[in-house]
Write a protein that binds this ligand. Sequence first.
Ligand code: GAL
Length: 316
Amino acid sequence: MDGNSIQAHGGGILVYGDVYYWYGEDRTPDLYSAVSCYSSTNLTDWKREGVALWRRDLPKFNGHHIFVERPKVIFNPLTRKFVMWMHMDQDRYLFSRAGIAVSDKPAGPFTFIKAIRPVADTNDFSANDPDPAKQDIYGGTFRDMNLFVDDDGKAYVFYSSAGNWTMYVARLNDEFTGPETPALENKTWARILVRQMREGPAPLKWRGKYFLITSACTGWAPNAANWSMADNILGPWRTFNNPCVGPNAKTTFGSQSTYVLPVPGRTNAFIFMADRWNPNNLPDSRYVWLPFSIKPDGSFYISWRNHWNFAVFDAL
Ligand code: GAL
């Protein structure tokens, strides 16, 4: 590293070849970067690859700038493109679209393609809640999000929708550039964690089962995580209590879930990645990475460690 702190908030990791690429919100002051990219071969030493997506390359909407949160990148073997999905929004968080961008190279620069609400579903949004984000017209809002590529090569997007009330999961098209169409509820997409108000979705798969760690919805302030499990990615999902244990577990150790990285080469070793937001100075927000394994009964715990290395997985 060059001694600068990493600017990759709300991020995620792409494993491509022998290299880990860490993408996230680049909040470097005055840089006008939207998404940064860092690379590493050991998950410890990181090199800044640069800006993966520039703010100047994003369109305005209704004459106003849009900003990017929680970018994630996956590789599409069919098109050989790196595909980025992200939460795009404006002040007041009412734009709430999925942004999609592609690149031929992992570090970018990525080219913005479009901003969409992936599912224009049949929910009568204004029946339950006010509808300032115009979901009745444009479809369910798209805010905190993550991508997941399944063993069969199909990719999915998880996102907080319905004004953050309900998590949606939608299968992507073959190019990973949009939802699979025609969209059919419980066939190509589903409402999960219904009316649970969850954010920060971090999916993983273990022994054929799907897991999803989420946070509650309290802005930049940390809260208690919980987790859900399903046999089928489109549900039904069952929700369980906070997997964090020990001091500060109630605030997820002062952080909010953003990603789970399965450790390559191991079958039961995961890294829980979370953001410790600093609302008074967002660029100064920090990262929490903690190791965990899943027990034979499917439960798991995440506990605080001041220091750890990969040997920890042998003891978990
Ligand atoms: C959080 C969300 C962040 C950001 C923030 C804005 O709940 O997880 O990604 O959108 O709200 O207040």
